[in-house]
Design a protein around this ligand. Structure first.
Ligand SMILES: NC(=O)c1ccc[n+]([C@@H]2O[C@H](COP(=O)([O-])OP(=O)(O)OC[C@H]3O[C@@H](n4cnc5c(N)ncnc54)[C@H](OP(=O)(O)O)[C@@H]3O)[C@@H](O)[C@H]2O)c1
Length: 253
């Protein structure tokens, strides 16, 4: 029987209480990792942690708002105490504001940038510090098609996701010799709490029209790319982005 691909590794999925993050946490667990999730809403964290514990009683859940700088320090202390070491960090936290750029308030802009970009900088540097101490680890940042294209009516979101690519490349280059790999995944369109009710019908139709597969992705279809980037299979891969998008970025008109 083949060995599980993440056997013996500890993984933390921030934003693991729903949608893509929950699915990645479950996928990592199936491949043998001990998994922890972190997000803001206690009920959601508890529900998903209980579900993970049905397969592995050592699964952990943390209620954290990663836009609070000191909360990230506390998270690192808790993870270090509870797991001992950290091998895999997934930054899957995210939010958006959908409205014309001229109508976005300063508070809305800050909320999107703080959640999607600033928090990723500090979770990576603080929790990544646990990896740098040991000279090994893999960080996976969840970017977006909006990191590669201008995204009308989601300007702050698009700025934040462009920033994720810059952050990923820079930390990858800075930490390569120290054994910590940093990569990103750009999902195409997956219907989750983030967009299911926020995306107007005509936008959903436009997404399908521009996606060569002509369908939304299933969140399980993101697990393979994440497992690759989390495991030694990608031992010489750092600073790159894998798009899992049904061909969106490859397409023309
Ligand atoms: N769905 C798509 O089509 C799609 C496409 C491209 C990229 N993405 C990206 O994929 C990631 C996950 O999105 P999703 O679609 O799975 O949406 P989702 O179901 O809404 O998940 C977002 C997760 O982030 C957590 N979160 C939000 N703000 C947080 C904060 N300040 N501190 C800690 N946790 C926080 C949420 O929990 P709480 O709200 O309880 O904190 C939740 O667990 C995001 O980065 C998103 O931009 C999604």
């Amino acid at each position: 029987m083949p060995t599980a691909r993440l056997s013996g590794l500890n993984a933390l999925v921030i934003g693991g209480s729903s949608g893509i993050g929950q699915t990645l946490a479950e996928g990592f667990q199936r491949e043998g990792a001990r998994v922890a999730i972190a997000a803001r809403t206690t009920d959601k964290v508890s529900r998903v942690t209980e579900r993970l514990r049905e397969s592995d009683s050592s699964a952990l859940g943390y209620t954290v708002d990663v836009t609070e700088r000191q909360a990230i320090d506390r998270l690192a202390t808790d993870v270090s105490r509870d797991m001992g070491t950290l091998d895999i960090l997934v930054n899957c936290q995210g939010t958006t504001v959908i409205k014309p750029a001229t109508e976005v308030s300063e508070a809305e802009f800050d909320q999107v940038l703080d959640t999607n970009l600033k928090s990723v900088y500090f979770t990576s540097t603080v929790l990544g510090g646990l990896m740098l101490d040991r000279g090994q680890g893999a960080i996976i940042n969840i970017a977006s098609l909006a990191a590669h294209r201008g995204w009308p009516n989601a300007c702050a979101y698009s700025i934040s996701k462009h920033g994720i690519l810059g952050l990923t490349r820079t930390l990858a280059a800075e930490w390569a010799e120290q054994g910590v790999r940093v990569n990103s995944i750009s999902p195409g369109f997956f219907l989750t709490e983030l967009n299911r009710d926020r995306m107007p019908a005509e936008r959903k139709q436009a997404a399908l029209t521009r996606t060569p597969y002509n369908r939304f992705g299933e969140v399980d279809e993101l697990v393979g790319a994440a497992l690759f980037l989390a495991s030694e299979e990608s031992g010489f891969v750092t600073g790159t982005d894998i798009s899992v998008d049904g061909g969106y970025l490859a397409g023309g008109i």
